[in-house]
Ligand binder design. Structure first.
Ligand code: B12
Length: 446
């Protein structure tokens, strides 16, 4: 039987939160699946509820430094259980009316794919799916992504999607699309070999102000606060030359200047991967900038890697330090020692990085964490002439720290992922006060 080429709609949902900003945040996974589907002959439409450049938006040009920028926002009521948080709560992204109008303008799809990111952003996913159902009541909606993987049962019960998929999508997407549309194709790539995957379809966006790059999947470490192992149990690495080709592609075809690495442990095994990649970038002579919002692996910052990073054009260097309580850090992870931190910072400075370009993430709000230990970490980082950046801890199901987080929280974390929002410091006990947070913020920025 011959079928017309099916039409698949892919949607990046709204964010509901106390704060959100496009800090180089794009749905890389969803756009990878869009690219695969397109390469296999499916018709694709992409709607981005977080589009900062929607034609109906009055903001003249929300383009800011290095490609980042603010989302449009609409104040909405706080979710149940968080009414007492003394901050506004908003839907980040385009107006609901515009999303409805955009859906009405497109051809009725045969299947809708929706992605999800943070566990505590699920109300935005629910609302997005609700609007899609209103417009296309008889079209199947499949949900995947990080919330769908980490809170699978919750997503099955409450997201409104007809089907919820766990884990990486590459292996299943063609089968899934064929099951729903009857259009079956033979895979032209190997899901287990990243070098055979097509580039994510960033060109589906209205504007490309930066490109996220992923040079590997998974992480060789098993930090107790992190879900990387659960999300990507298998470590896979790209050929450094193919990463350089991808950077050239986006720069030459779309004039992209800013690139953000999304790797969990960029620089791990640097001699084999990052070093040849950085050398390739330098040799290509491209005038582009690199950012590491997801942090780099401190132990691998040597004089050589620091020099190459500087020459290649790294402009935002974030170090995954997490704490300087080095004596207790083995409880958390085994990523770095005090001497390694100092060595990394010295190498970066010697290579030419100014203080303003280097930030060290410090986890704040861990179960049982004493304020004094955060204050000490901030001081140590500042003494090293590096900017301390407080990364508020979000407890994540399927991590080693989850059960401790559940028992130390003043919320019932297991009852609702809304309570895993890092903005509410869910693992601080009853003595928690907003003054403490502003005191720590002042110390960090002071
Ligand atoms: C890159 C990244 C970021 C980026 C932004 C990414 C974005 N798009 O918004 C930055 C650096 C800005 C960021 C920030 C933060 N992040 Co982050 N981040 C990641 C990271 C490392 C990778 C995500 C990614 O793009 N992966 C690559 C793509 C290819 O994978 P994917 O999106 O999962 O998609 C695949 C599958 O999920 C599936 N899929 C996806 N969509 C769909 C749809 C369908 C229909 C189907 C079938 C399949 C499918 O197929 C895709 C391809 O395989 C993850 C960890 C991880 N390894 O996943 C943490 C992670 C998501 N982040 C996390 C955290 C804690 C944070 C912060 C709170 C950190 C902090 N304390 O400051 C902030 C919060 C940001 C905010 N409030 O705005 C947590 C999640 C917390 C939670 N409760 O949900 C994670 C899991 C890391 C961890 N600690 O374990 N992050």
């Amino acid at each position: 039987m011959k079928h017309d080429t099916p039409h698949i709609l892919l949607v990046n949902p709204w964010i509901h939160d106390f704060a959100a900003y496009d800090f180089w945040a794009k749905p890389l996974g969803l756009l990878t699946l869009a690219s695969i589907l397109r390469h296999h002959g499916f018709n694709i439409t992409y709607l981005d509820c977080l589009d900062r450049f929607h034609p109906k938006a009055s903001q003249a040009d929300p383009y800011t430094r290095h490609g980042r920028g603010p989302y449009l926002k609409t104040k909405i009521p706080k979710p149940g259980g968080l009414e007492d948080i003394p901050r506004n709560f908003s839907r980040y992204g385009i107006k609901k009316k515009w999303f409805r109008e955009d859906l009405l303008c497109i051809k009725k799809p045969d299947l809708v794919l929706v992605t999800s990111m943070m566990t505590y952003w699920y109300p935005g996913v629910q609302e997005t799916i609700g609007v899609i159902k209103e417009i296309f009541p008889d079209v199947a909606i499949v949900l995947g992504g990080i919330y769908a993987s980490l809170c699978h049962e919750h997503a099955q019960n409450y997201s409104g999607a007809h089907h919820v998929v766990k884990g990486s999508g590459e292996k299943h997407i063609l089968k899934l699309a064929s099951d729903y549309t009857g259009f079956s194709v033979k895979a032209k790539f190997n899901p287990d070999d990243l070098d055979t995957h097509p580039y994510p379809a960033f060109e589906l966006q209205r504007k490309i102000t930066y490109i996220p790059l992923l040079t590997s999947r998974g992480c060789p470490f098993a930090c107790k606060y992190c879900a990387s192992h659960f999300l990507n149990p298998k470590r896979m690495v790209r050929n450094p030359e193919s990463v350089v080709q991808e950077i050239k592609y986006w720069h030459e075809k779309y004039k992209v200047k800013d690139f953000a690495f999304y790797d969990d442990a960029l620089l791990v095994n640097a001699g084999k991967y990052a070093v040849p990649m950085l050398e390739g970038i330098i040799k290509s002579g491209l005038k582009v900038r690199f950012h590491t919002p997801n942090a780099v692996h401190i132990r691998e910052i040597s004089k050589q890697t620091a020099r190459l990073m500087f020459q290649a054009g790294f402009k935002t260097v974030r170090l995954g330090l997490e704490t300087t309580a080095f004596n207790i850090r083995n409880e958390l992870d085994v990523k770095v020692t005090a001497a390694e931190f100092e060595k990394a910072v010295n190498s970066l400075k010697e290579a030419g990085f100014k203080k303003e370009l280097i930030g060290a993430y410090l986890l704040t709000g861990l179960p049982g964490q004493e304020i004094k230990s955060i204050e000490d970490s901030i001081k140590t980082v500042r003494q090293n002439q590096v900017i301390p950046i407080l990364a508020h801890y979000s407890p994540i199901p399927h991590t080693a720290l989850w059960s401790r987080a559940v028992s130390s929280s003043r919320y019932d974390l297991e009852s609702d992922p809304i309570f895993t929002n890092n903005a509410i410091f869910p693992c601080q006990d009853e003595r928690f006060s907003w003054q403490t947070i502003s005191h720590l913020n002042n110390l960090a920025t002071g």
